[in-house]
Ligand binder design. Structure first.
Ligand SMILES: N[C@@H](CCC(=O)N[C@@H](CS)C(=O)NCC(=O)O)C(=O)O
Length: 198
């Protein structure tokens, strides 16, 4: 399997964490999608991550790729359905994944908009508002242990915020989240995939 990714993407990191945890071998192909029009032949949306399977078919979107990797690696990061309970672990995990992906979307947008000249201030302010409000919700969230795809996604999104927005003091007013995140970063899979300049 080939994973189109780069070392900064929080979405690609989710896939790399799952593969590392499950001992799956991924051939990683580094790309900067915004500078690589040929990449559209792999993913017409021009977004990483994209996973090319051994038969040549392609999976896109990190929730889909992570669930596939979890399936082939026999992982337990996607809890099963529970027909007796609507609020089963599955919906909590998927809901948390959506929140974490949204946090990463807002942080990526904030960075990308900041490269415009002049930067669109109102739009950037909306992204910062989304980041702050989401972190506030996460401060009140109880995280699962062992972790699900929800916890992995949130940790990768916060890792991106720390990497790209080092001046944002998100920890000061969110001590529970900060302590949980620091502990989570001790997982070998998190250490092995720490963000770096692509
Ligand atoms: N929903 C997608 C988001 C992927 C995404 O936004 N990736 C960014 C990199 S972090 C990207 O490829 N951006 C390039 C572009 O939008 O042109 C996922 O979860 O995989």
């Amino acid at each position: 399997m080939k994973l189109y990714s780069n070392t900064a993407s929080p979405f690609a990191r989710k896939c790399r964490v799952i593969a590392h945890e499950l001992g799956l071998k991924l051939e990683e192909i580094r790309t900067l999608p915004a500078q690589d029009e040929n990449f559209r032949r792999v993913n017409p949306l021009g977004k990483i991550p994209a996973l090319v399977l051994d038969d040549g078919s392609v999976l896109i979107d990190s929730p889909v790729i992570c669930e596939y990797l979890n399936h082939v690696g026999g992982g337990k990061f996607f809890p099963g359905m529970n027909i007796f309970q609507h609020s089963s672990g599955r919906w909590k995990a998927l809901g948390l994944q959506a929140l974490g992906d949204g946090l990463a979307d807002a942080a990526v947008a904030w960075i990308v908009l900041g490269r415009e000249n002049p930067p669109p201030q109102a739009n950037r302010a909306r992204q910062i508002a989304a980041i702050g409000a989401t972190l506030d919700v996460l401060e009140r969230t109880s995280f699962a242990d062992p972790p699900t795809i929800g916890e992995i996604t949130v940790a990768c999104a916060i890792g991106y915020v720390e990497f790209r927005m080092p001046d944002l003091d998100w920890k000061g007013s969110r001590p529970k989240l900060a302590a949980w995140y620091d502990r989570f970063c001790e997982y070998p899979a998190m250490k092995a995939t720490a963000p770096a300049q692509p």
